[in-house]
Write a protein that binds this ligand. Structure first.
Ligand code: EPZ
Length: 421
């Protein structure tokens, strides 16, 4: 297994980096190809661990898959096995996103329950309750969700919280349902808009994607398409923080600035210069950083997937910052590792209080989840001396060529086999 070694505080990052396609758009979009029998061509697909897992899942259901990264071709003509096995679902809970499409296409599905996750309980009760409201019979047997429904019916779905995965599963299922489905308090993430754009080009009738109320009028069938995946706003945000914490200046290309409004606002409040262009963002560190006060929210609020990275930004601020994690109940696993590097952070309930500026010292640290691992890389770039990040398989799930991209901008970072983990 590999580890990542960083010689920190080397030099400010400088240069240009191209952002990859979005993991959190590619995953539901690959699942959605189940709905449109035929040759679906997806471009700008990030070459990530999680994407490989969902592609394997499609292959198990019977799809023909061609991988020509960043192009992925999924021929879903001959699907015959509406099952998602535990072996795959346990590695990636987003595999639950095949549930809606499989039920809509086959009238039945057997999908393993996701099981536990480092950042929180993450139940799927809202997904199941919504499918039941659409007329599905649901049973939980031996760790699997078994769903039967001759044809899903349009329904009024009101989510108590704006769940991303729940909105995506219902959106996909409702495209082939009989009648109209309305989702209120829907999630509004850009990845949901991208999924709706794909479904609409397949022939679906959808209104309101990207807002809190979505209407879907079911149709008899959908047709295969070619679709380009949107840029990854979380990868982009991670690079923006990398520029700020190293005192550098970088330009991101192939990015959609409109997807990063809350992140840009917070960076500017902290005193970082952010210039928006057509498909580009330039970030320049301009002197001391100001403390932060932020709470994670559903889009368009501040994304929970940027919380850990902003904690490293706060470590460089002149004064005390407070970060509240309001989406997931256990998403501060990076804190004890940052404290091992000399950070001064205290946690009370869902709020972390960060003392800045903290001088970080390189150390051996352990990644615990995807975004926590990104924050440890950022801390390593800022720390004095050498940092070793273990369990980088977490990082590979969501960042494409991160080491190469950082190297190109002047970071002294490398990937080496690890004897430890
Ligand atoms: C998506 O997860 C993302 N994953 C996550 O990104 C992201 O952190 C999250 O949305 C929030 O933005 C993908 O898109 C693949 P939710 P998801 O359903 O869909 C509760 C990353 O780092 N809830 O919006 O699982 C849930 O427990 C990953 O790339 C229920 O209670 O998130 C949480 O507290 C990590 N019951 C809240 O809603 C349900 O049935 C939001 O979860 C569903 C959700």
């Amino acid at each position: 297994m590999d580890k990542i070694v960083i010689e920190g505080a080397a030099s400010p990052l400088r240069g240009t980096v191209t952002v990859s396609g979005a993991k959190n758009a590619a995953l539901p979009i690959i699942c959605a190809t189940i709905l449109a029998p035929g040759r679906n061509v997806l471009t700008n697909v990030p070459r990530l661990g999680d994407v490989r897992t969902v592609v394997k899942l499609l292959a198990i259901t019977g799809a023909d898959v061609e991988l020509r990264w960043p192009e992925v071709v999924l021929d879903t003509t001959e699907l015959d096995n509406p099952v998602a096995p535990y072996e795959l679902v346990k590695t990636m809970r987003a595999a639950i996103l095949v549930l809606g499409p499989l039920v809509a296409r086959f009238g039945r599905a057997k999908v393993s329950l996701p099981g536990g996750c480092a950042i929180g309980a993450r139940p799927i009760n809202l997904h199941l309750r919504a499918l039941e409201a659409m007329g599905a019979q649901i049973a939980i047997r031996r760790g699997y969700v078994e769903v039967e429904c001759e044809r899903l019916q349009g329904a009024q779905i009101a989510f108590p919280v704006p769940t991303v995965g729940g909105t995506e599963n219902v959106l996909m299922a409702a495209t082939l349902a009989e009648g109209v489905t309305t989702i209120s308090n829907a999630a509004q993430e850009p990845e949901i808009e991208d999924l709706a754009a794909l479904l609409t080009s397949m022939g679906a009738k959808i209104e309101g994607a990207g807002t809190s109320v979505i209407h879907i009028e079911g149709v008899e069938s959908l047709s295969p398409v070619t679709h380009r995946i949107i840029p990854d706003r979380i990868e982009a945000g991670t690079f923006m923080v990398a520029a700020a914490v190293t005192g550098g200046e970088i330009t991101l290309q192939g990015v959609e600035p409109a997807h990063l409004t809350a992140v840009v606002e917070r960076m500017r409040e902290a005193g970082v210069e952010v210039t928006l262009g057509e498909g580009a963002i330039t970030v320049a560190s301009r002197g001391p950083l100001a403390p932060l006060e932020l709470v994670t929210e559903a889009h368009p609020g501040f994304p929970t997937d940027m919380q850990a990275q902003f904690m490293v930004l706060a470590l460089g601020a002149q004064g005390q910052s407070r970060i509240t994690e309001a989406i997931f109940e256990n998403r501060f696993m990076h804190v004890p590792e940052l404290v091992r590097m000399g950070a001064r952070i205290q946690i009370a309930g869902r709020t972390a209080t960060i003392q800045g500026p903290s001088t970080l010292e390189g150390a051996t640290v352990m990644a615990t989840d995807l975004r926590a691992s990104a924050s440890l890389i950022l801390a390593g770039l800022r720390a004095r001396g050498t940092t070793e990040v273990l369990r980088v398989y977490h990082l590979d799930r969501g960042y494409e060529n991160l080491v190469e991209k950082l190297n190109k901008m002047g970071a002294r970072i490398r990937r080496v086999p690890s004897e430890l983990y």
